[in-house]
Design a protein around this ligand. Structure first.
Ligand code: ADP
Length: 626
């Protein structure tokens, strides 16, 4: 078996060298009677020669040293005489020469045994090929490439190996590769195990900590290949190794920073999704998993459009493509409110801001998503409360006004009644003398009735909130807001609100709050009229009404207004509702007229009611002058 892991092998070599010297001492001793102290060092050249030929530099140095001592003893006079000193010096020179030659021969023998087939007559072509191969091996500067014999001794050594491990070719060839391994690896028999495996399997790739000449350790990727001759006998191993200490350290650092980033991202409350230029999901944070109800593992590589409902789902690839070709930003770097779709198909409003990174690798987009469900719910509730508040304020305001009205009207109406009753009594026994008194009483009754009418008009003006403050407004948001305020609750209960707005007539000159009050009133009336009907729908339309005005229509598919009521609709106190005050439409008409328009009713074709009002169209100068 191989001697490479045997720590006693060098000792044995030294022992053999010492033994050879001892044997020489015995021979020299037996010849002493004839030699008589002459040529005391001559025979001790032989053990040096033997050690240099078969046991390497160390043992041959040892043999030379012992030979020097023994030769000195046979010389008799020590090294005090000049001729004895000269003999010792000659001996040392011869021994040194033998050792150097032996080492060179060793190296050449090693190379030729590896580079050429066992042939007694290599062709010149093969020699040049071998030389080129050596050059090639030496030029692989980052790689230590060397060969070892089956016993684990180094046969060849390239420059890369010299650079990587620190040993020069001259000092390592012939030495046991055990020197490359730390003590614990030697004790654990790792080297032996890896060579045995390479011998059995042909090739072994592994990572191991190895030693440099200066004793420092480095992590190496080692590839060991078994080499066989033509007969299949193992002639050694080739070793190719590379220092991967820095590479592993960089990988570890990268992994650590990736873990760090991951741990930060997993705690960020916003969901984070990273996609590539084709929309494929590259990363999906823990918050995103919670928000969308999908695991990262199920989504990686899938198109991000699966997280959105139609029509975005079909169009998202087009959005990215358009951005890549035109650079026009719709979401990137801006942030928008869009709709997301959970795994169970339910949708939710979300705020999306997208960042773009195009560092060294391919471009990626990172989306930060915030769930707006809660916020929108709260906002909707606030709006609902506002709408209710407006309604309650109006109703309570109406109540207060009604009592004032009753009080104020009481007097003229009582007076009218009194006058009329007096006239009735006087006419029971008609007397021409009473006619002037009757005329006067009826005149007073008419005066009191007119006063009552004046009180009602004042009240309507008060409800319409007096002064009108007109500004140029965009009609669409005014109508949307009013519908949101007026129909917040009903909409959740299945009411459908359809907007059919003409964008060409969007600019109007109005008192926004008052006109919104009109729309709220009309829309609520419509909803109340449809109570219990199938597919209740309110339409809000806008259209041009001549060159200078815009017509807004609020329609419903309820029962419509009864024909006998239609004429009196806008009269105060006309109501068919148990708790109705019958003031809404009359106030609406006052408001619309104060804003420079008209309000009227028409039955809706196909059933239901339509209330129309006109508004003054804002011309461009007014719009610009805002
Ligand atoms: P109130 O709502 O307090 O009754 P309004 O002046 O707003 O007072 O409405 C007067 C009446 O007109 C209502 O009682 C109702 O009978 C009728 N009306 C108003 N809008 C509609 C509608 N969209 N469809 C059917 N009837 C309506």
């Amino acid at each position: 078996m191989m001697a490479l892991d045997d720590p006693r092998a060098p000792l044995r070599a030294y022992g053999i060298a010492a033994g050879a010297v001892a044997l020489t001492v015995a021979v020299r001793w037996s010849l002493e009677p004839w030699l008589d102290h002459r040529a005391p060092y001559l025979l001790f050249v032989l053990p040096v020669l033997a050690a240099a030929s078969f046991r390497g530099v160390g043992p041959s140095l040892c043999a030379a040293f012992l030979g020097l001592i023994a030769g000195g003893a046979f010389g008799g006079g020590g090294l005090t005489e000049p001729h004895a000193l000269a003999e010792a010096a000659i001996y040392l020179m011869i021994a040194g020469g033998i050792i150097l030659c032996g080492r060179e021969v060793d190296r050449l023998r090693a190379r030729s045994s590896v580079n050429t087939k066992p042939s007694s007559d290599p062709t010149p072509q093969m020699s040049s090929l071998a030389a080129q191969l050596n050059l090639l091996i030496d030029s692989a500067a980052e790689y230590a490439i060397y060969m070892i014999d089956p016993d684990g001794r180094v046969l060849t050594w390239n420059r890369g190996a010299e650079r990587l491990k620190g040993w020069a070719e001259a000092e390592i060839v012939g030495r046991d590769v055990a020197v490359f391994y730390p003590k614990d690896a030697r004790q654990a028999g790792r080297l032996r195990a890896s060579l045995t495996r390479a011998a059995n399997e042909g090739k072994v790739e592994e990572e191991d900590w190895l030693l440099r000449k200066d004793g420092s350790e480095f992590l190496a990727h080692v590839s060991t290949t078994a080499l066989h001759d033509d007969t299949g006998a193992l002639i050694g191993f080739s070793k190719v190794l590379r220092d991967i200490t820095d590479q592993r350290a960089a990988e570890k650092a990268l992994e650590a920073s990736a873990n760090h980033l991951r741990s930060i991202l997993s705690t960020v409350p916003d969901a984070m999704i990273v996609i590539n230029e084709r929309g494929a999901i590259l990363s999906f944070s823990a918050a995103a998993e919670r928000l969308f109800g999908c695991a990262e593992g199920d989504l990686l590589g899938k198109n991000v459009s699966c997280l959105m409902p139609s029509p975005d789902r079909q169009q998202h690839d087009g959005y990215i493509e358009r951005y890549l070709t035109t650079g026009e930003r719709k979401v990137i770097g801006l942030g928008r409110v869009v709709v997301g779709q959970r795994r169970d198909g339910t949708t939710f409003p979300m705020e999306l801001s997208v960042g773009e990174a195009s560092g060294f690798g391919p471009r990626v987009f990172t989306g930060f998503v915030r769930d707006l469900t809660e916020r929108q719910r709260t906002q909707a509730r606030v709006e609902e409360l506002q709408a209710e508040l407006i309604h309650i304020a109006r109703v309570s305001g109406m109540g207060a006004m009604a009592s004032t009205l009753a009080h104020e009207l009481n007097q003229p109406i009582t007076a009218v009644a009194n006058y009329v009753e007096a006239v009735r009594d006087l006419l029971a026994h008609p007397d021409p003398d009473d006619f002037p008194m009757i005329r006067e009483a009826l005149g007073d009754a008419a005066g009191q009735a007119l006063r009552a009418g004046h009180i009602v008009r004042r009240l309507r003006a008060f409800v319409a909130r007096g002064e009108v403050e007109k500004t140029v407004e965009a009609l669409a948001p005014v109508l949307h807001e009013a519908a949101a305020m007026g129909l917040m609750g009903p909409r959740d209960g299945g009411l459908e609100v359809v907007f059919e707005l003409d964008p060409a007539v969007d600019r109007v000159l109005i008192d926004k709050v008052q006109i919104q009050q009109v729309v709220i009133n009309l829309a609520r009336n419509g909803f109340e009229a449809m109570a219990g009907g199938a597919r209740p729908t309110v339409w809000i339309r806008s259209a041009a009404d001549g060159p200078a005005s815009v017509r807004v229509t609020v329609a419903d598919n309820g029962p419509g207004v009864a024909p006998d009521l239609a004429d009196r609709l806008f009269t105060a106190f006309v109501s068919t509702k148990a708790d109705g005050m019958g003031l809404g439409l009359s106030i609406c008409r006052t408001i619309v007229e104060a804003n420079g328009g008209r309000l009227w009713y028409s039955p809706r074709p196909g059933g239901g009611a339509e209330f129309h009002f006109t508004l003054v169209k804002a011309d461009m100068e007014q719009a610009d002058g805002r």
